[in-house]
Ligand binder design. Structure first.
Ligand code: HEM
Ligand code: FES
Length: 355
C-alpha cells in the first residue's frame, strides 16, 4: 500500500504555542517542586521523590483536562481554534510528563523490590475486588498505554495511513484515558489522607470537562434542529438539495439535472460556491467539465469564458448565461431551480461563513 501525506510545516504560530506550552509546564513543575515546599507543614515533610511524582502526575492530569476542554471551547468560541490546531504537541508532551510520573513511582515504590520493578508493579497488589485497597496503579498504566498509542500515532503520516475515520475513532480513546486517570486518582486518594485542595481540583476538572461537553452537545443538537428547519422551509419553497459540500472537489463542479433540458453546474472555488447553467452560450458545451481560473470558467469545447458570480463573459465579449441562487445549510448545498435572467449577479456563498 502506498501512502501519500503532506507534512504540516512549522510556522511562527506553532513555534510560539509550543514555547508557551513548554514555559507553562516548566513553571508549574518549578513552583510545585521548588516553591511550594517552603509553605508546607514542617511537622509533615514530604520526600522530594514523592513531590516530583505528584508534580508530574498532577501536571499530566491538568494537561489532559485542558486538552479535553479545547475541543468544546473551540466549538463555543472560534477564538480557541488556534489551540485546537496546536493540540497534538500538547498531547505528546502530556504522555511524556505522565511517563516521568510513572518512572518516579517505579523508582520510589518498586526499586527495592526483590523481583523486577515492572513485575513488582503489576503483581504487588492484585486485590481488584476491593474498593479501599484497589490497585489503582493498574488504572494509571491503562491510561499511560492509551496516551502512548495516541502520541505515537499523532503524526499526520498516521492520519493519512489509517484514514480519517479510523484515526479519529482511535483518538477518541483519549476519553477512556481521562476516565482511567480520574479513577486512578480517586482510588489512589482513598488510600491516603484526604487533601481537600487536590480533591477539589480533580472534582472541578471532571465538572468542567463534562459540563463543557454537555453544553456543546446541546448547542450542536439545537443547531442541527435549526438546520433541519431551515432546509425544510427552503424545500417547501421549491429549493432542491443539490448534495453535500464534500462531494464537490475544489475548482470543480457538481452537475445537477433539474429536468431533461436543464442542468446546473455548482462550482467550488476560492472558499466559495456559485451556480450557473451547465450549457455554454456558444454551442451548449458542458461548462461543468471546464476549468476554473480567477473565478472564471472556461468552456472545455471552444474556450468561451464566463464569470461564475454573474455568468457574463469578460470584456470585450458580451455572452451571458443564466445563474442560480444557492444556500449552504450545514454542509448541505441547496439550489433554487429557478434560473435567473442571463448575466444576473449572485453573491457567491462563502463556505466558512455559511448559515
Ligand atoms: C504506569 C502508570 C502509572 C502508575 C504506576 C502510577 C502510579 C501512581 C501512584 C503510586 C500514585 C500515588 C503517589 C503518592 O504516593 O502520592 C499516583 C498518583 C497520581 N497519579 Fe499516577 N500512575 C501512573 C500513571 C498516571 C497517569 C497517566 C496520570 C495522568 C495523566 C497520573 C496522574 C496521577 C495523579 C494526578 C496522582 C495524584 C498525585 C497527588 O497525590 O498529588 N498517573 N500515581
Ligand atoms: S460550446 Fe462552449 S465554447 Fe463552444
Amino acid at each position: 500500500m502506498s501512502v501519500q501525506y503532506m507534512p504540516v510545516l512549522w510556522n511562527r504560530n506553532k513555534i510560539f504555542y509550543d514555547a508557551v506550552l513548554l514555559i507553562a509546564v516548566g513553571l508549574y513543575l518549578f513552583v510545585f517542586i521548588r516553591v511550594a515546599p517552603a509553605f508546607e507543614d514542617v511537622s509533615k515533610p514530604i520526600d522530594g521523590a514523592i513531590l516530583r511524582m505528584r508534580a508530574f502526575g498532577s501536571c499530566a492530569f491538568l494537561m489532559l483536562t485542558i486538552i479535553l476542554c479545547i475541543g468544546p471551547l473551540a466549538r463555543l468560541d472560534r477564538r480557541f481554534l488556534p489551540l485546537l490546531y496546536n493540540r497534538r504537541h500538547f498531547g505528546v508532551l502530556t504522555a511524556g510528563i505522565a511517563a516521568v510520573h510513572a518512572n518516579y513511582v517505579l523508582g520510589w515504590y518498586f526499586n527495592f523490590s526483590p523481583t523486577d520493578k515492572y513485575a513488582a508493579l503489576l503483581s504487588s497488589n492484585t486485590s481488584y475486588g476491593q474498593v479501599l485497597g484497589f490497585p489503582f496503579e493498574s488504572l494509571g498504566i491503562a491510561a499511560l498505554l492509551i496516551l502512548f498509542v495516541l502520541a505515537a500515532t499523532s503524526h499526520d503520516f498516521w492520519l493519512s495511513f489509517l484514514g480519517a475515520p479510523i484515526w479519529k475513532a482511535l483518538h477518541m480513546s483519549i476519553y477512556a484515558a481521562y476516565a482511567f486517570v480520574v479513577l486512578h486518582v480517586a482510588f489512589g486518594a482513598l488510600q491516603g489522607p484526604a487533601d481537600p485542595i487536590f480533591t477539589g481540583v480533580v472534582a472541578a476538572s471532571v465538572v468542567l470537562v463534562c459540563g463543557l461537553h454537555f453544553m456543546t452537545g446541546r448547542m450542536e443538537a439545537a443547531r442541527e434542529r435549526g438546520e433541519e428547519t431551515a432546509k425544510a422551509s427552503l424545500q417547501e419553497n421549491g429549493w432542491v438539495v443539490a448534495g453535500d459540500l464534500d462531494d464537490i472537489d475544489e475548482d470543480c463542479a457538481k452537475v445537477v439535472t433539474l429536468n431533461e433540458d436543464e442542468r446546473v453546474a455548482i462550482f467550488k472555488y476560492d472558499g466559495k460556491l456559485s451556480a450557473i447553467t451547465n450549457a455554454c452560450a456558444h454551442q451548449n458545451g458542458p461548462l461543468g467539465e471546464g476549468k476554473v481560473l480567477w473565478g472564471c470558467i472556461t468552456c472545455p469545447w471552444h474556450g468561451y469564458q464566463y464569470n461564475l458570480a454573474d455568468g457574463r463573459a469578460p470584456a470585450p465579449f458580451t455572452e451571458k448565461i443564466s445563474t442560480y441562487r444557492l444556500k449552504l445549510i450545514g454542509s448541505t448545498v441547496l439550489l433554487d431551480p429557478n434560473a435567473l435572467p442571463p448575466g444576473t449577479h449572485v453573491d457567491p456563498v462563502e463556505i466558512g461563513g455559511a448559515a
